[in-house]
Design a protein around this ligand. Structure first.
Ligand code: ZN
Ligand code: ZN
Length: 397
């Protein structure tokens, strides 16, 4: 280091006036090259300071703080230098070019910024990029590096999208007690469809005037089931093996007629209560009857609605929505409930049907009563007491 100091002393004392123009030019070139060599050596030493923890011995928390304190340089400038020094450890060709005085400090900083944006791609293309830094002006180098970064980002974006798409998966597994556990990761596109559909469903419920006490997560679970159910009910759905897939309820005659000892189950999730089975059957037709000497099981499907569309519309015009006292859910969210179940001989006609929203349809099949009195439904609690009804619709038939 003492020789370096003596060279610097010699430089300082030299008389510039005695130099020819050409000599002055050579001197400026040499100084620039010397500055670059020093500029390359500085980060190398800084990294070593950091590695050894020299700054800690002086009670400084980082190499940057140590240097800033030692030489009274603003922390921000020092932090930038340390960042470049660290990056150069991973940029062997840029470090070499800097040591040889072939590229400037500014060019190195531009290269470090480019590397920050895409370290892996930079490692692969470092040689070409450093060569450009050797030949291009600083301005042109920045334009070239910006263009390189945009290209890499575009390639990355396309690859990332493919990776996300490949990761998509969805499972629905039946667990204990018939609980269906769903789990999955959707690619952005499908995820957007799901979020939009669930939100539309939930928003429609929230806009309704009826109080909704469900938790948000419960609402989303109901919305998913509802969306699938609506799709299954679509008439123009594709058929598989000549039949449109439908939910199959298997139950014995006792369950269907609400006699004691009834058993019922759904195809995949297993046992359900006889009440639920009757509710599901309320608006669905029997598609197949299998008679067994002992249990007489019946197979029910939702393939065809018991209540034809025209009749459903007539009931909707008459009732205007769920008829349960105090409920104002619109016809779109309702089932046509058989006041006297068709399994018990009730007819599928206007006088035996009443619109109920899904939650109230459950309530009715769980013990509340409904009877038609003079063409108007009358609701009773399980203990037989009457529930006050809302005013009859203006278009009462
Ligand atoms: Zn019903
Ligand atoms: Zn209701």
């Amino acid at each position: 280091m003492s020789s370096l100091r003596s060279v610097l002393d010699e430089l300082r004392s030299g008389e510039l006036g005695s130099l020819s123009d050409a000599e002055l030019g050579v001197r400026v070139d040499e100084l620039e090259r010397a500055a670059r060599v020093i500029g390359a050596e500085r980060p190398r030493c800084l990294v070593e300071v950091e590695r050894r923890g020299v700054h800690a011995a002086d009670g400084q928390l980082s190499a940057a703080a140590w240097l800033a304190h030692r030489h009274g340089i603003p922390q921000g400038i020092v932090a930038g230098r340390v960042q470049v020094a660290r990056a150069l450890v991973e940029m062997p060709r840029a470090a070499e070019a800097l040591r040889e005085g072939e590229i400037s400090d500014s060019a190195v900083e531009a290269l470090v910024r480019a590397r920050d944006a895409a370290p892996e791609a930079f490692a692969q293309e470092e040689e070409v990029l450093v060569d450009s830094a050797k030949t291009l002006s600083y301005r042109d180098l920045r334009v070239a590096l910006d263009r390189w970064r945009d290209g890499v980002n575009a390639a990355h974006a396309a690859r990332d999208e493919q990776e996300r798409h490949a990761r998509r998966r969805f499972t629905a597994v039946v667990g204990l007690g018939g609980i269906v556990r769903t789990n999955g990761e959707l690619d952005p596109e499908n995820g957007q469809y799901v979020i939009t559909a669930l939100r539309a469903k939930v928003d429609a419920w929230l806009r309704g005037r009826t109080e909704d006490t469900r938790l948000p997560a419960q609402r989303r679970a109901d919305a998913l089931g509802e969306i699938c159910r609506e799709w299954l009910d679509l008439a123009e759905r594709p058929s598989i093996g000549g039949e449109r897939p439908h939910v199959v309820v298997t139950m014995n005659v006792e369950a269907l007629r609400a006699r004691a000892g009834g058993r019922a189950s759904l195809e995949d999730v297993g046992t359900i209560t006889a009440e639920s089975a009757r509710r599901l059957a309320c608006d669905a037709s029997i598609t197949r009857v299998i008679t067994d000497a002992r249990s007489e099981p019946l197979e029910l499907g939702r393939k065809t609605k018991v209540v034809p569309a025209a009749l459903h519309r007539a009931v909707a015009v008459r009732d205007g929505g769920c008829r349960f006292p105090g409920c104002e859910r619109p016809p779109g969210w309702t089932d046509a409930h058989h006041v006297r179940h068709w399994a018990d001989g009730g007819e599928t006609g206007l006088s035996n049907l009443v619109l109920l929203c899904r939650p109230h349809h459950r309530v009715i099949h769980r013990g509340f009563g409904v009877a038609m009195i003079d063409g108007r439904p009358e609701f009773r609690r399980p203990d037989g007491t009457l529930l006050e009804d809302r005013a009859p619709p203006a278009t009462a038939a």
